[in-house]
Design a protein around this ligand. Sequence first.
Ligand code: 1GP
Length: 246
Amino acid sequence: MKVLDYILEKKEEETLHMGLIDPDEQSPEKSGELAQALEEVGSDAVMVGGSTGITQENLDKTVREMKRVTDLPIIHFPTEAGAISPHVDAIYFMSMLNSKDINRVIGEQVVGAPHIKKLGIQTLPMGYVVVEPGMTVGEVGKADLISRDDAEMAVNFGLAAQYLGMELFYLEAGSGAAQPIPVEMIKACKKNLDMTLIVGGGIRKPEQAKKRAEAGADVIVTGTVLEESSNIDLKLEKLIRALKEV
Ligand code: 1GP
């Protein structure tokens, strides 16, 4: 099945959860265990990626291990074109729309595109914007951060992405952010955009996830809570249950 259809069909029924796993944070075996845990607690997909400098070898080993232990779709969340794995189910073909670095907007994509074609990987066209505080991705990506109270700016970026033909729009507060994407910003995007809305960065508690699902997020992404948690099952299960209630 096409991963985009899977997302589009599933979002009609419920809010999706995706768990972000950074291959550089642990061994491929441990990443596999985390992916398996995600499936067990009711997550809908695994996003793999997140940091710069991931090697082809590490990415391949990690994705192969994940595919061995879970049936969840594995989606590459790339930072740059340096490593692309043929084993993923899909890749976000994404542009960091509010970056001041042309490479983040279109450069890496031009480098990666012929490899993706050759490998025949499914692409998920996505506009990606970084909102305050932005954290590491905001700095590394040289983002001109969207202010937390500027919902209109977020909508305008979203409209531009929509008119460019992108299916997905990702509002990113930055991994580990003290405050996740504001609820009002999500509501404004939901009201004005005809896109699949992905929200991530700083979501740790069930209540935070639930409020964002209620505001209109189609997909909630969590990364840190998965890696930090000593009792993944319980903590994530509660969070996923909360957003599925909406
Ligand atoms: C980062 O939005 C994701 O791209 C996840 O953020 O690590 O804070 O969950 P957290």
